[in-house]
Design a protein around this ligand. Structure first.
Ligand SMILES: Cc1cc2nc3c(=O)[nH]c(=O)nc-3n(C[C@H](O)[C@H](O)[C@H](O)COP(=O)(O)OP(=O)(O)OC[C@H]3O[C@@H](n4cnc5c(N)ncnc54)[C@H](O)[C@@H]3O)c2cc1C
Length: 320
């Protein structure tokens, strides 16, 4: 019996993979079970040192060029087979787009319960997980009674606190024979230089204060200088100014950057739910009584259309 964590990669191990591993480590320790991991990708070769401090005993590495990109046919069979082989009692993946599909497919094959998009989990003679429901209005605590108990964990809800546990053993395994009904030849990024929101070190977000979609180029220029990802409030998303994939908050993404710059965002509690893990919060808002000023580290009262271009200009001279 063991706990199994699914290490997601996109070329390199993703941040959400380390977060899932930390959550799985804590569950494994509380349950008195060993923690194993599965890696499916082109090659784990130069990343094994990064797996130290996560309490993982062994990584089952399925490495093959064909596995560089996600393939439901290959990935699901591998994870299902490993769960059965190891008699895993708990399986933890990431609630990314890929992770949610993989976990759902594996749970269906194993005919077990799965709780997706959890914000925390704990061990109390069994696995319990907390999952937001009804667009975040309710937090439900779910107790999983089947075996294996499966959950996927929302990115950025766990901080990657390493301990002194050694790097895991790597058990390299050949890719199982499987008929791939489709093969991904290449993945084209949406646009060159676009930074993934949940993994960005700097996030610049815009809200209703932009007044319309014409405000994005102003923020994108600041993003370009800082190498930042572009976020948005729900008000901006609901107004149709930007795609939902940019939404930060309770019903959007949780971000964990070093710096979060909120432009024309009032700081509603539901927005804060997505940006509170940020190390430094900067707010630009023309209303000095906006709630965002209560949670920010640096606040600038003023019109974002005056402040942001000045900031961009200044940073261009300093950084470029
Ligand atoms: C169940 C539920 C889930 C939700 N989930 C989310 C979520 O995931 N994410 C989220 O963001 N919201 C969420 N919301 C909505 C949330 O309650 C707020 O309505 C929303 O965050 C407000 O967005 P905003 O700050 O852009 O707009 P507003 O609250 O309208 O604030 C706009 C701000 O811009 C300022 N401003 C205006 N013009 C300028 C200017 N030129 N320069 C500088 N400042 C200016 C104003 O002073 C104001 O403070 C949720 C709500 C519910 C009920």
């Amino acid at each position: 019996m063991s706990v199994l964590v699914l290490l997601e990669q996109r070329g390199r191990l993703r941040k959400c993979a380390f977060e899932a591993a930390v959550a799985a480590r804590d569950i494994a320790r509380a349950a008195g079970l060993p923690l194993n991991a599965v890696y499916i990708g082109a090659s784990l070769a130069d990343e094994t040192a990064e797996l130290a401090g996560l309490g993982i005993a062994r990584v089952y590495a399925y490495e093959n060029e064909t596995l560089r990109h996600y393939s439901n046919d290959a990935h699901v069979g591998i994870v299902e087979g490993l769960v059965r082989e190891l008699g895993a009692q708990v399986v933890i993946g990431s609630a990314s787009a890929l992770g949610k599909e993989l976990c759902a497919s594996v749970a269906a094959r194993l005919d077990v319960d799965l709780v997706q998009d959890c914000v925390s989990c704990a061990w109390d003679n069994g696995l319990t997980a907390v999952k937001p429901l009804y667009a975040g209005k309710v937090l439900s605590t779910v107790r999983l009674t089947g075996t294996p108990a499966m959950i996927s964990l929302r990115p950025n809800v766990v901080s990657v606190a390493r301990d002194d546990s050694p790097a895991p053993e790597i058990e390299r395994r050949p890719m199982p024979e499987v008929t791939l009904r489709s093969v991904i030849k290449a993945v084209t990024e949406a646009a060159a230089g676009v930074v993934e929101l949940t993994e960005a070190k700097v996030v610049v977000s815009g809200g209703r204060g932009l007044g319309g979609p014409e405000g994005w180029p102003v923020l994108k220029e600041l993003c370009a200088v800082l190498g930042a990802a572009l976020g948005a409030s729900r008000a901006a998303v609901d107004s149709g100014w930007i795609h939902h994939s940019h939404q930060v908050g309770q019903t959007g993404k949780v971000v964990c950057p070093d710096v979060y710059i909120a432009c024309g965002i009032s700081g509603a509690i539901q927005h804060q739910a997505g940006m509170r893990p940020a190390k430094i919060i900067v707010a630009i808002n023309k209303d000095p009584s906006a709630p965002i000023f209560k949670v920010c580290d640096y606040g600038i009262v003023g019109d974002l259309y005056e402040i942001v271009p000045l900031l961009t200009q200044e940073l261009k001279q300093t950084l470029v």
